[in-house]
Design a protein around this ligand. Structure first.
Ligand code: ADP
Ligand code: MG
Length: 213
């Protein structure tokens, strides 16, 4: 059995599981950013998802879009720097894809992903090959669009697998954007930290759906 959709409270539970997972990934993300950046990515993401956890325990929600949007604003206001704006934009954009929904199903998640990617690209201007989180996010969105079933569990697994493959591909790219840009070819062989983060976000979401089934 796979999970077809999430109720509002289940989706809130999923966001909490993502937050816990990202906080636990702090060291891994720090190491990734120490290799080709300034080493603050793990600290930023952990701080951001601590803020998300606090927000989730304080707020009551009536719609799925509110969970997405408040997650985005919590990340934006607590992380700062490039990734605060980028990851904040992803969740705030995703909210636009699920307007009026009181549960999250596969079509809703597809719309949320597409709207999230659109906002990230509008805000950050990165394209495939620039060695950013877009290299993991865009193929994940494409995989979602290619999925025609109605299981949110299956869809989330496809999304995670595509993001992971995109993240692995960033090892073959030279950074063209952000702090890693100045290192040029020295970034070869290392995965972009933000692409690891977006892959982990999708992994924790997929894992949450798997343990529900
Ligand atoms: N313009 C952008 N578009 C998309 N993602 C970006 C952009 N700039 C940076 N990123 C992502 O942010 C990550 C770096 O995050 P972080 O280390 O927290 O911020 P900073 O670069 O300010 O130190 C990069 O690995 C990359 O994936
Ligand atoms: Mg950094």
């Amino acid at each position: 059995m796979t999970v077809e959709k999430l109720s509002l409270s289940e989706f809130k539970g999923a966001m909490l599981a993502i937050a816990d997972g990202m906080i636990a990934s702090k060291d891994l993300l720090t190491q990734a950013d120490q290799a080709i950046g300034d080493g603050d990515h793990g600290i930023g993401m952990a701080r951001g998802f601590e803020a998300v956890k606090a927000m989730l325990s304080e707020k009551n929600f009536a719609q799925i879009e509110e969970v997405f949007f408040s997650t985005g604003t919590s990340l934006l206001s607590s992380i700062g720097g490039a990734s605060g704006a980028i990851f904040g934009s992803f969740f705030m954009g995703a909210a636009k894809g699920v307007k009026g929904c009181i549960e999250l199903d596969a079509p809703g998640f597809k719309n949320a992903l597409a709207a999230g990617l659109e906002m990230v690209k509008k805000r950050g201007g990165a394209n495939i090959g620039d060695k950013t989180m877009v290299d993991a996010l865009e193929p994940a969105v494409q995989a979602a669009m290619a999925y025609n079933g109605n299981s949110l569990g299956e869809l989330s697994l496809q999304v995670y697998i595509a993001a992971e493959a995109g993240m692995q591909r960033t090892k073959t790219f030279t950074a063209r954007i952000g702090k890693a840009k100045t290192l040029g070819e020295r970034t070869l062989g290392f995965a972009d930290p933000g692409s690891i983060s977006i892959t982990l976000i999708f992994k924790f979401f997929s894992d949450y759906l798997k343990q529900m089934a």
